[in-house]
Design a protein. Structure first.
Length: 340
């Protein structure tokens, strides 16, 4: 087994550059190649990171025998074609969220992963966010008792975040799938796979965009746990992913941009009252892609379990697509998960 991996990053956006920094910082990994269709961004990126190989055509990297693994940080609609091509060429892949825009595309990626024996990880970065990691640990340890309600929000304003060449402004990229997948994946990670969803949506803020800009969804999670996700890409406020976890003994309030999370506990035997919240310090690391790269490379070098599997990524897409369908049809939708 190799002790050092040559890694290519597809895309030279700000997020892609964060991935590059993660590769450079990781022992056992080398940033070998970068790719972007925009020559100016590509040249600047190559110079900034002193990368040996740079190209505007990602297909040139598919056939490069020196590349061991690829990080795909491109518009969502390109994920499936790129991932399939690199897997078939014998490369392992870290694909940014959402895994794809449809469940069928996710299933295709999973089939190729299985056929080739290569490894695919999905970049659901909330699973690497310090505050959410702490929340999951507190819930799993029973600190707040039995969960009964969970909620998360993806509140953003996309007015000036349309993406290079307006790639986010796409009728196939619904806000729930492209951005709300963060909140959906977070709740799935902590509360399990929801069984059913009902949703409402409207389109009042970004009226020149082709998709609804606000969606509120209600989910039925395992064990009778209820849940809610709020997605807005046109709200007039700073970005947040405020999330709350309600248990029979306490409540956790957290987000990905604050230096503390709030813990309410009710423990009569220990003399604690829920009216006295505790502020637990936590590192602010909103999009912790350095940790994402770290666990990806560790899994490849050790042969251990991939921390965010293709099935996890596909399941989140399945919930997101069912949410869009529920809002469109005005009825509850039973969620079907991939079975590849």
């Amino acid at each position: 087994m190799k002790n050092n991996l040559n890694i290519a990053v597809i895309g030279c956006s700000g997020m892609a550059k964060n991935h590059m920094r993660g590769v450079i910082a990781k022992e056992g990994a080398t940033l070998y190649a970068v790719c972007d269709t925009a020559q100016e961004r590509l040249t600047a990126c190559r110079e900034e990171f002193s990368v040996p190989v740079a190209t505007t055509d990602w297909r040139e990297l598919v056939s490069d025998p020196l590349i061991d693994a690829v990080v795909i940080v491109t518009p969502d609609k390109l994920h499936t074609e790129m991932t399939v091509a690199f897997l078939r060429a014998g490369k392992d892949v870290l694909c940014e969220k959402p895994m794809a825009l449809t469940v069928a595309e996710c299933e295709e990626m999973m089939r190729v992963e299985k056929e080739t024996g290569r490894r695919l990880m999905i970049g659901q970065v909330c699973r690497c966010t310090p505050a959410f990691l702490m929340a999951k640990e507190l819930v799993a340890s029973g600190r707040i008792g039995e969960l009964f309600f969970v909620e998360s929000e993806y509140a953003h304003h996309y007015g000036k975040a349309r993406g290079y060449d307006d790639w986010r402004v796409d009728p196939d990229r619904h806000a729930v799938i492209g951005g709300g997948c963060h909140a959906i994946d977070l709740l799935r990670w902590i509360a399990g796979d929801p069984e059913e969803v009902y949703a409402y949506a409207n389109h009042k803020s970004l009226t020149d965009w082709p998709v609804d800009d606000c969606t509120i969804a209600i989910y039925r999670f395992p064990g009778g746990v209820s849940g809610k996700v709020f997605v807005s890409i046109g709200c007039m406020r700073d970005y947040t992913m405020r999330s709350v976890f309600y248990g029979t003994r306490g409540t956790i309030i957290c987000d990905n941009t604050s230096p503390t999370i709030t813990l309410y506990e009710n423990d009569p035997e220990g003399g604690k009252k829920f009216t006295d919240p505790v502020k637990l310090p936590v590192e602010i690391n909103n999009h912790n892609v350095v940790a994402e790269i770290d666990v990806f490379v560790n899994a490849l070098l050790s042969g251990g379990e991939m921390p965010i599997t293709s099935m996890e990524g596909a399941a989140t897409v399945a919930v997101a697509c069912a949410t869009v369908e529920a809002a469109r049809e005005g009825r509850p939708i039973r969620i079907s998960y991939p079975t590849v």
